[in-house]
Design a protein around this ligand. Structure first.
Ligand SMILES: Nc1nc2c(ncn2[C@@H]2O[C@H](COP(=O)(O)OP(=O)(O)OP(=O)(O)O)[C@@H](O)[C@H]2O)c(=O)[nH]1
Ligand SMILES: [Mg+2]
Length: 424
């Protein structure tokens, strides 16, 4: 790893025309979280109000001079821009400021480069990085000439990134070939899985919303719990990069595959979304999506919208979705949350309302017919006759506490009998 922690000044452009913009503030806060996730320290945040982008410096020259001063005073060694810069803007800014300059995209790519673990993940990140670099080679002179260059120049697995255009093109080609192979493999796996005909439920949502925590909690409640099957969940952006699939079974034949995957963030670089399309394909094949929303985050509406935008980009916005408002243990007044159809409030960490979530999942993908083993008390004898209408009675026996019945009921009527089910 790098011995010295980079110290960064963040710069954002507010071109909304309004003097104060909440959007830019939210966006800068997020940039600050991303910077920390990459392992750097945020010294200061600067915003320029300006109607249009400056071709040479992205922001106005006066502001550049101001930031140069700030860099010297605070001893910053890096400036991070909230928007994508061109190669020549990077070069001009670095020449004037005398420190490394990177943009939001390079920052996100850097976090991904640090986190990628599987071969596929690493290849996807490297591909996205190379595609980002190709048109910017001219601007990356300073960073690449430095020893032990930091954020924005590392490749997955600490590999030094290519700097020669011809080599880059060759490498892009090689990676694309390799990814094709990986994809073939994945299709074979998927083929096998679809033969088993288990429905697929995919967790989606903003990064840090609690997807992996929810996966672990559901795993614990299922019949197949084993600590070794837990996935990594941590309080940091992009804790998960690779897809994990786990088979879960619950009583009454609710059997499905749950997938956990990379979270989203606003302005997710295009190159990255493209590179991760193969990974995200798991979402495409899902029968049901669970959209995990961090209800304790003030910006949850914006985060929700961002997730929906990425889903649209992937062409999966029309799937059945259950919205789960997570982390309700952290908020004081859950009643303020929106009342929507197909939505519920849960706490993945404190195991709140997960039973209800499982029933929601059952309603969407569970078997249409449920096998039941009931013990109906004698004073509820009328249920036996309604059972004949709602399903098929397979056998019954009179015992001391009531009538024991084995039957098959249609899912839509199951709620009437649920509390008498001995197998529950
Ligand atoms: N208080 C509280 N914290 C939660 C809850 N669910 C998750 N967290 C915490 O939120 C943080 C992020 O959780 P993860 O499960 O890693 O989130 P994720 O959506 O998988 O995030 P990425 O993989 O980074 O996209 C962890 O510190 C969790 O412990 C919850 O219901 N309540
Ligand atoms: Mg995760």
């Amino acid at each position: 790893m790098y011995e010295k922690k980079s110290k960064a000044i963040l710069v954002g452009l507010n071109n909304t025309g309004k003097k104060e913009s909440i959007d830019i503030e939210i966006s800068m806060n997020e940039l600050s979280e991303l910077t920390k996730a990459a392992g750097a320290e945020v010294l200061s945040i600067a915003i320029q109000n300006r109607p249009a982008v400056d071709v040479t410096y992205f922001i106005g020259k006066g502001k550049v001079d101001e930031i140069k001063q700030l860099c010297e005073t605070l001893e910053a060694d890096m400036v991070i821009f909230n928007d994508e810069l061109s190669g020549s803007q990077i070069r001009n800014l670095e020449e004037t400021l005398g420190v490394d300059v990177i943009d939001r995209t390079a920052l996100i790519l850097d976090i991904f480069a640090q986190r990628a673990r599987t071969k596929e993940g690493k290849l996807q990140v490297e591909l996205a990085q190379l595609k980002y670099r190709m048109p910017r080679l001219i601007g990356l002179g300073r960073q690449l000439s430095q020893q032990g260059a930091g954020i924005g120049t590392r490749g997955p697995g600490e590999k030094k990134l290519e700097t020669d255009r011809r080599h880059i093109l060759k490498r892009i080609d090689d990676i694309e070939q390799e990814l094709k192979e990986v994809k073939k493999n994945r299709e074979v796996q998927r083929g096998k899985r679809s033969k088993s005909e288990l429905p697929i439920v995919a967790l989606v949502g903003y990064t840090n919303a609690g997807k992996s925590t929810l996966m672990n909690s559901l795993l614990k409640m299922s019949d197949q719990y084993d600590e070794a099957r837990e996935v990594y969940a941590e309080d940091m952006l992009f804790a998960t990069l690779d897809v994990s699939l786990r088979r879960l079974s619950f009583p009454n034949k609710l059997d499905f595959i749950l997938t956990d995957t990379v979270g989203f963030v606003s302005k997710l670089p295009h190159a990255l979304v493209n590179a991760f399309k193969a990974t995200l394909e798991e979402v495409k094949y899902a029968d049901l999506l669970i959209h995990v929303i961090d209800a304790s985050n003030e910006e949850y509406n914006l985060q929700k919208q961002t997730t929906l935008d990425v889903l649209r980009e992937l062409g999966v916005e029309n799937k059945n979705i259950i919205n789960v408002y997570n982390k309700v243990d952290k908020i004081l007044d859950g009643t303020l949350l929106p009342k929507e159809e197909n939505a519920l409030c849960i706490s993945a960490k404190a195991n709140k309302n997960l039973d209800t979530l499982i029933e929601h999942i059952r309603n969407q993908i569970g078997p249409d017919i449920i096998d039941v083993h009931l013990l109906i008390p004698y004073d509820k004898g009328n249920l036996i006759s309604s059972l004949h209408n709602d399903g098929v009675v397979l056998g019954s026996e009179y015992v001391e506490e009531g009538i024991e019945v084995k039957a098959r009921v249609e899912k839509m009527y199951y709620h009437k009998y649920e509390s008498f089910n001995l197998d529950k």
